[in-house]
Write a protein that binds this ligand. Structure first.
Ligand SMILES: O=P(O)(O)OC[C@H]1O[C@H](OP(=O)(O)OP(=O)(O)O)[C@H](O)[C@@H]1O
Ligand code: HPA
Ligand SMILES: [Mg+2]
Length: 179
């Protein structure tokens, strides 16, 4: 698995440090507010687990499952909703946790979803932001790292459902997906 990685972008330590920084920032911003933290399956699983441990506030946790890459290296452009949020989020402060914002299509879909559910506020925390990938305007409120316009895997991010369990984020060798 590690042999398929061209180069490591962010080590386990880099990611841990980003989780501490973002967790502290969110804790300050949401002091006394009891937000609902919503992880976007499946990509956000590892980041969600590490991030919430760094949040020193009362918070609920839930998940939303949307997908559009279906294992490939490019967005299909159509978002499938596989699982809804179970918590009643109307009137609540919601923080979406994402692994990456690339084209922005998933984030745009999720913000529409939250608006339709009449949340009090919606903010987005993403581990990775790929600004050059954007097809629609989309902006995260909390960002771990910017990444170049290359396909990255690891720490939740997959190629054909694999590599999610790598403890770091790296660039996948192009010959792995062009074979
Ligand atoms: O900004 P975008 O271009 O929309 O890309 C970002 C989204 O794509 C990935 O999900 P994916 O559809 O691969 O599902 P997964 O999380 O189950 O892998 C990733 O986890 C984000 O949710
Ligand atoms: O670069 C990426 N890697 C893995 N999954 C993704 N989903 C959007 N962009 C990416
Ligand atoms: Mg994926």
């Amino acid at each position: 698995m590690n042999n398929d990685i061209e180069r490591v972008l962010f080590s386990q330590e880099d990611i841990q440090e980003a989780c501490r920084r973002l967790g502290a920032q969110i804790s300050r911003d949401y002091e006394g507010k009891k937000p609902v933290v919503v992880g976007v399956l499946k990509g956000a699983i590892l980041f969600m687990v590490d991030l919430i441990k760094e949040m020193d506030i009362m918070t609920e946790v839930d998940f939303l499952d949307v997908s559009s890459y279906h294992g490939g290296v490019a967005s299909t452009g159509s978002i499938t909703l596989n699982r809804e949020i179970e918590t009643d989020i109307s009137g609540r402060h919601v923080i979406i946790v994402e692994d990456i914002i690339d084209t922005g299509l998933t984030l745009q879909y999720m913000l529409n979803y939250l608006n339709a559910h009449h949340v009090a506020s919606a903010k987005v925390c993403t581990l990775l932001d790929k600004p050059e990938g954007r097809k629609v305007t989309a902006k995260a409120d909390y960002v771990g790292f910017n990444v170049p316009n290359e396909f990255v895997v690891g720490y939740g991010l997959d190629y054909q459902e694999f590599y999610r369990n790598l403890p770091y984020v790296g660039v996948l060798k192009p010959d792995v997906y062009s074979e």
